[in-house]
Design a protein around this ligand. Structure first.
Ligand code: FE2
Length: 384
């Protein structure tokens, strides 16, 4: 996140001796992207972050691809898939490609292990529930409607998570960024942006935890999982500063852009990555031209697969949608409002809906799981 942030106790100068009051060294760690050319943060640890007793590979969840899935429009119900599990096993992957993985999760068995996704930035969209993201950078409380953005490599644990919880999870193999169109060359959000730095929530300070009890870290990289047994608590940072850290943004703080006639999805963008964008649809006033059709026109973007995760409300262009539904409209197939939805939207003043959209620039693969929770007749839903 391109806002400088600083917490705790750090020395005035980098790369110099920094000690506790008792004379013990603090250990400097650079957490960096793009080699030494991207954004970074510098952390100061009580224990060297490399101190590892043991490590072993463990079996992680495998995603089975539905290899011969038809090329068609899909509607499936994520909440009808089996629920529950720990920070890793609870994730039910529905769609994926080399750039992005889309999953949902309801966590029921959060344990004491720490987790680090070394391959992907993660966005945890909080559909339901609340809790706290604990990291080396401090604590980030979250609640319903938050996007919790966790850059790759950040070690974390979820704590105080409400028993009723539901997440839509976007794992990106490229950095999650604010949209280019909404920021200037220095990274500052522009005046026409639908959110700004004031909406960005950064970690809160938590005193370093200093104990020498072994701690288990689950490290994920390129689909393989390893358990590292550290000889100390990893959240032992006395201070840090920089631009790279987890942050949160609420969908409720997103100020939608509206127009006299229908505005295209890019005005609703909230994040970008190298090979996909994330937009969101929030309650907003409708178009006010006397002949305006607020519902979208039929369209196909041949270079994008379009995924919509439906959160809450009355979805203006779709029938039969439930909270937790996902629609996938592949770039190869036209789509648009279902019968009656265009006429229904004319003359309406506003819409109440929350949905998160992921448009990928390369085709998505479909997990076998989709077959068991999909509406098999969705592709015919434009007939009646
Ligand atoms: Fe669309």
């Amino acid at each position: 996140m391109p806002i400088y942030h600083r917490l705790g106790n750090i020395p005035q100068r980098k790369h110099v001796v920094f000690k506790s009051e008792t004379g013990a060294y603090y250990w400097e760690e650079l957490y960096s992207t793009l080699g030494f050319a991207g954004i970074y943060s510098t952390l100061y640890h009580v224990s060297a972050p490399t101190r590892t007793n043991e490590l072993r590979e463990i079996q992680g969840p495998r995603v089975e691809e539905w290899v011969d899935a038809p090329i068609q429009a899909y509607h499936f119900f994520t909440h009808r898939a089996a629920q529950g599990g720990d920070l890793i096993s609870a994730r039910k992957v529905f769609l994926f490609n080399d750039d992005v993985t889309l999953a949902t999760a309801s966590f029921t068995e959060l344990d004491a292990r720490f987790y680090r996704n070394a391959s992907a930035d993660e966005i945890l969209f909080v559909h339901e529930g609340s809790g706290e993201l604990h990291t080396e950078y401090g604590v980030l409380p979250f609640r319903q409607g938050d996007y919790v953005v966790i850059p790759r490599g950040v070690m974390y644990r979820l704590e105080q998570v409400s028993p009723a919880n539901r997440f839509f999870i976007i794992e990106s193999n490229h950095p999650i960024e604010t949209p280019h169109r909404f920021r200037n060359e220095f990274g500052q959000m522009l005046e026409h942006a639908p959110y700004c730095e004031r909406d960005i929530r950064r970690p809160e300070y938590r005193a370093p935890i200093q104990d020498n009890q072994p701690a288990t870290l689950v490290l994920k990289r390129r689909g393989r999982y390893f358990e590292y047994e550290l000889d100390h608590h990893p959240f032992d940072v006395v201070g840090w500063d920089g631009y790279l850290y987890p942050w949160a943004l609420s969908i409720h703080d997103y100020m939608p852009i509206v127009g006299k006639i229908h505005q295209p999805p890019p005005v609703h963008q909230v994040f970008q990555a190298a090979q996909f964008v994330v937009c969101n649809f929030v309650p907003r006033l409708y178009d006010w031209h006397e002949g305006a059709i607020p519902a979208p026109y039929f369209h196909q973007n041949v270079d994008s697969d379009e995924v919509l995760y439906y959160v809450e409300g009355n979805f203006m262009s779709r029938k039969g949608i439930e909270s937790g539904s996902i629609t996938l409209h592949p770039g190869d197939v036209p789509h648009g409002p279902q019968p009656g939805k265009i006429e229904e939207s004319v003359g309406k003043k506003e819409v109440y809906e929350y949905a998160v959209m992921v448009d990928t620039f390369k085709p998505l693969k479909i997990a076998r799981l989709v077959e068991s929770v999909m509406d098999p007749h969705y592709y015919k839903s434009w007939l009646t």
